[in-house]
Each structure stands twice: as structure tokens, then as C-alpha cells.
Design a protein around this ligand. Structure first.
Ligand code: KG4
Ligand code: ZN
Length: 343
């Protein structure tokens, strides 16, 4: 069964063709990084317009590269929540149109669950049950994932997402957008013990929630003085030290929460997904922590960490098997409502 998967929830226009939930026949991603660069973050209106311009060429390429014609597509899957409303609408409307045109089922996919499913692509061994972490530009959530379709929320960020903190820190350091890869690169030349940035502390000691606004503010004060308004000229070495120290603080928190969740649920397998899980230090630290605790760690290949259509088409195969087919009344769920439903 060949499923066409479409993803436009944030700033990547993506489409892919995946066979039987695992075999990726094509995965095309058009990034909008250049358009958002001057703003240091995603501008929703710009994102929607760029999706409109990119969606048809991306769909054509995904079909072409998979050597699949439209009438060989068995179902059309699309992320309809959570994400930026205008951006989601472009993908949803395109998916509905293709589904109606070829008279094949339409499947609505949750973006966070798709990020976890990215670990199952091209993988022969089982992935579920596991404890999973989705860390991206818009989300930081921990789940107890019992199957591709059953994800119990264990904790999530109470303020900023991990990726948002990376983007903000990079912008304060003038490293460009997206900030994650820039900090990751700069940190290689830095000393991670140079600055003792605060580790997150929540009121409930056993909480599996996250908070990244404190570290973001600490980087702001470090770079711009105690009132945040006196920019200091930092040398490349100082920027590398801030990057490495900031990255270590965020990674500490992510590793701590994920391993605590595995302990609490007694799961022996952990999986990660979302743009931040492309971070080299996070992958290194998690590999180490998993080895020491005897946990199996599953990480998606780099190209499936960031937003892509393959994770959407892959997960949709399981939704279809479970009869979870949508119709043309399918709507997008704004971020806050989708998050509330996931609780
Ligand atoms: O999953 P994704 O492509 O989109 C969302 O669903 O948000 O994640 C994008 C986020 C951005 O904040 C970006 O800075 C971050 O992932 N990111 C990274 C790295 N690569 C991308 N963060 C840390 N280290 C990286 N290497
Ligand atoms: Zn994402």
C-alpha cells in the first residue's frame, strides 16, 4: 500500500510516498529557513504564503522520485494538528483535493505522534512500546507510547519549547536561523563548563514537565547585561563557550527527564524525534545514558528528525489499518486546543 504524506505545520513544505508504513520511496522537503532568517524565528503569515508557493512542486517531486503515478496512491495523509493554523490549512486543503480527485481515503495525522513514528521508518525491529521524547521548535513533550496510535502524555513544556530556546539563544549570539544547528556547530569549539547556566527547577520534584524560559533569560542577561539592554561584543571563542554551556544545560534537562520517564514506566526502550533530536551532543549523551542504564535507544536518521512527509505517510498506514479514515470535513486544530486534547 502506497501512501502520500503531506506536512506543512510549521516552516517546511514536505511530501513523501511510503510503502506499507515503513519503506520510504521518496521524501521531499522544501525549507523556508532563508525567508525567516531576518526575523530569527518563524513568521506565521510568511510561512503560509511560502507553503502555497511550494506545495504543488513538492507534491510533483515526491510522486516523481518515488516513481508513483497519482492513481497508484492508495491513501492521502496529512498533518492537521498541532501547528500554525494558516500553515496547516495549506497542507490540509491540498490533501483533501488530491484525496477527492483520486477518490482515495484521507487520513489526518498528529504531528507529534508522527515525529515519534519517524523512528520506525526503514526499521525492521519493533519500536513500541517505548518512552518517547518529541523536542522541536514548537514542542517538548514526553510520552508513554504503547503503540503507533497510543501515546499517553507524561510531561510537556510549561513555557518555551527546547528548539525555541535554541533559536532564541542563537539569535542573541548573532548565529543566524535556525538556531539549533548553528549552536550545535559553534559549541564544538567551546567549553561546556565555561558558564554555569541554571538547570531547570520545577516546584514538584517528581514532575516530568519542562521549562526553558529561565535558561533563555540567563543567556539574554549574559549577552546583554542584567537589564538585557547592554549588548556586549562577544569574541568567537566567547560565543562558542556560551553555545556549549547553553547546549549542555538543555541537554542535561532532556536526558534527565527521558531517563526518569523510562524508570517510572519501567520501559526498556526510549525513542526520540523532532528537530532538536538532530543535536549531536544530545545524541552523544543519550547514547551514553542508555548504555549505562541498559536501555535500548532508538533515534531517527538525521533526515527524519526535522519535519518531513515520510513520518506522516508511515503513521497513516497504521491509522488506516485501525479504520481511522477522515472525510472532507476534517479541520485543523489550533496548537492550544490540540495540546489540551493531548493532555
Ligand atoms: O521538528 P522541527 O523541524 O519543526 C517543528 O516541529 O518545530 O524542529 C525545528 C527546530 C528548530 O527550533 C531548530 O533550531 C531545531 O529544531 N534544531 C536543532 C538542531 N537542528 C534543528 N536544535 C538543536 N540542535 C540541532 N542540531
Ligand atoms: Zn516538527
Amino acid at each position: 500500500m502506497r501512501i502520500l504524506g503531506i506536512e506543512t505545520s510549521c516552516d517546511e513544505t514536505a511530501a513523501a510516498v511510503v510503502e506499507d508504513g515503513r519503506r520510504v520511496l521518496s521524501s521531499v522537503v522544501a525549507t523556508q529557513d532563508r525567508l525567516h532568517l531576518p526575523y530569527g524565528g518563524v513568521v506565521p503569515e510568511i510561512a503560509s504564503r511560502a507553503h502555497l508557493a511550494a506545495i504543488l512542486p513538492v507534491l510533483h517531486r515526491a510522486l516523481e522520485e518515488s516513481k508513483t503515478s497519482l492513481d497508484e496512491i492508495d491513501a492521502v495523509a496529512v498533518v492537521n494538528a498541532p501547528g500554525l493554523v494558516g500553515a496547516l490549512l495549506v497542507g490540509l486543503t491540498s490533501a483533501k483535493t488530491v484525496s477527492w480527485l483520486i477518490d482515495r481515503p484521507l487520513v489526518g495525522v498528529n504531528h507529534l505522534h508522527a515525529h515519534i513514528y519517524a523512528c520506525a521508518l526503514e526499521r525492521a525491529e519493533p519500536l513500541f512500546p517505548c518512552v518517547s521524547l518529541v523536542a522541536s521548535g514548537g514542542h517538548t513533550s514526553l510520552f508513554h507510547s504503547r503503540s503507533p496510535l497510543e501515546h499517553e502524555l507524561l510531561g510537556c513544556t510549561l513555557d518555551d519549547a527546547a528548539g525555541e530556546a535554541f533559536d532564541k539563544a542563537a539569535s542573541l549570539l548573532d548565529l543566524g536561523y535556525p538556531g539549533g544547528p548553528a549552536i550545535d556547530r559553534a559549541a564544538r569549539a567551546g567549553d561546556r563548563r565555561a558558564i554555569a547556566f541554571p538547570r531547570m527547577k520545577l516546584k514538584a520534584a517528581d514532575s516530568l514537565d519542562f521549562s526553558f524560559s529561565g535558561i533563555k533569560t540567563a543567556v539574554l542577561y549574559h549577552c546583554r547585561g542584567p537589564n538585557g539592554r547592554q549588548p556586549r561584543l562577544l569574541s568567537d571563542q566567547e560565543k562558542a563557550n556560551v553555545s556549549a554551556s547553553f547546549q549542555e544545560a538543555v541537554v542535561d534537562t532532556l536526558v534527565d527527564r527521558l531517563t526518569s520517564a523510562a524508570e517510572r514506566t519501567q520501559e526498556g526502550r526510549i525513542a526520540i524525534g523532532g528537530g532538536v533530536t538532530a543535536n549531536s551532543r544530545l545524541r552523544e549523551r543519550l547514547t551514553d545514558a542508555a548504555k549505562r542504564r541498559g536501555l535500548e535507544l532508538v533515534m531517527p536518521p538525521m533526515r527524519f528528525c526535522v519535519d518531513n512527509g515520510a513520518m506522516v505517510a508511515g503513521l497513516a498506514w497504521h491509522l488506516l489499518q485501525a479504520g481511522r479514515v477522515a472525510d472532507l470535513t476534517l479541520d485543523v486544530l489550533p496548537t492550544s486546543r490540540a495540546a489540551a486534547l493531548a493532555r
